[in-house]
Design a protein around this ligand. Sequence first.
Ligand code: FE2
Ligand code: FE2
Length: 371
Amino acid sequence: MKELDLKAVPVNERSPDRIINAWKELAEGDTLKLINDHDPKPLHYLFQVEFKDTFVWEYKKQGPDEWIVEIKKIKPPPILSPEQKKKRDELKQILKKLHEAGPEELSGVKKEAQKYFKEVEPKELAMAEQELIQEGTTRTEMKRLCDVHLEVMKGQLGSHAKKLKLPASHPLTICKDEHKIIKRNLRRLKALLAKLKAAGSFDQAKRQLDVLKELSHFFLETEKHHQREEKAIFPRLKAHGVIEPPLIFEEDHVEFMAKKKVLSESALAENKGSYQEFLSKIGPVIEFLTTNLTDHIYKEDNILYPMAYETLDKSEWKEVRKKFDAIGYCCFAPADLKKAKVSRKSGIPPNIKQWAGKRQKAKIKGKKLKV
Ligand SMILES: [Fe+2]
Ligand SMILES: [Fe+2]
């Protein structure tokens, strides 16, 4: 990684040429780290014009005194045939229509979109979304748009995901199996909220509060799952020119982590205030997680993972798996770690308490999961 600290350069010597020359010297796959005392937005626009589709712009710090941006050089995407270009433009139109439709036209647009989505491969969808962002749709808008088309696509994209039959030791199988465990615990968390509401007081909710502690611990622990996605799979997708979808998923991870921390702090706090205050704090957090994390997992299983499988070269998956092992696992033993007592067949430890206990005993440290 090449570093350029503009804060150390006198203002009158900070010409864009200095940055562009440094950029031009980079090899494909290399990154330029830019440190500045203000947001280098104009430079971002310049890059969008001059180096379209060959860079990934990622803020690492955004003020107030310092801005750090990493600009990665990537190989340009393959040139689309006129037929492919026409299809992509049609898909973008459908996505825009879904986004812009008023309440009275929405059901018609949804029907039209449903027919269309049956034919669409996950990668095509992701690349269309990426182009919309590159053309000016903000990431926040795109997330909202994703929610609309996710609702329309449910049941439509399943066939692509089912086609993905991979060995148990494949990184994507590991992630999908972990998703099953996470979803199961999201359902438990949702049911728990209803029970907590019904209990009405701390005294009446003793058992539920214990379960809340276990579940909040579980959700903090699953952070390793997100880390493996971010550090092992996403950088490779970005290097293949699939930039925006991973960034959207990364933003989701940050939001989830913040909510999981609130959940854990609320569950562990000795002084929780009044029972109503406690409920009004954890209620929205649990609702957010059970809705948004479930949707996030659906998008990964049905769009992101099939697309990643299609995009990465076969040899790269071995490297991804090595990185997975180096980062470590949270709640699931990969199939080829033979000493694991949690079998691949059942996959899911009987309950979190048992899993957490086993895990503690095993003292998992990064590389191998021995339970
Ligand atoms: Fe994720
Ligand atoms: Fe995931």
